[in-house]
Unconditional design. Structure first.
Length: 147
């Protein structure tokens, strides 16, 4: 049983978004933004649907959360995302001063830690590897089906 309001609990919600992306033919990355133990935004990749390379799950979630909050900063929020953010998304999370970022699977090819480990705001807490196996397997299944 997953403890309510734990990292695993919210990552499961992000994972559900990734599954939705998978079913839509999008790269299966999902994200949720949490404030005060409440999901205030949820999103998944829409790059194919919108024909927009910037329509990553994190970017969609940042936009939805800041619109809801009425400001550009997410310093009291946690972003849960199934895949380590890329440099673009890490930069946006940094500009949004996101309080915490929790990701599932690492991305050794395009993840921010490889190319720009300091892209996030200096006060942002980072936790990786939450539900890592499930998140990585969904990604592997997606690309296995594409080949």
């Amino acid at each position: 049983m997953i403890e309510p309001f734990s990292d695993e609990y919210f990552m499961k919600r992000a994972f559900a978004e990734a599954v939705q992306a998978f079913s839509e033919g999008e790269i299966p990355v999902g994200a949720v933004v949490v404030a005060n133990n409440k999901i205030i935004a949820r999103a998944h990749n829409l790059t194919e649907t919108l024909n927009d390379v910037t329509a990553h799950a994190e970017m969609q979630a940042i936009t939805a959360a800041t619109n809801l909050l009425g400001g550009k900063y997410l310093n009291d929020c946690t972003l849960y995302v199934t895949l380590e953010p890329c440099v673009m998304c890490a930069g946006a999370l940094g500009w949004a001063q996101t309080g915490r970022v929790v990701y599932g699977a690492s991305d050794s090819k395009r993840g921010f830690r490889k190319f720009a480990p300091d892209a996030l705001h200096p006060k942002t807490e980072i936790t990786g590897g939450v539900l890592e196996t499930e998140c990585a397997e969904l990604m592997q299944d997606f690309f296995k089906n594409k080949r």
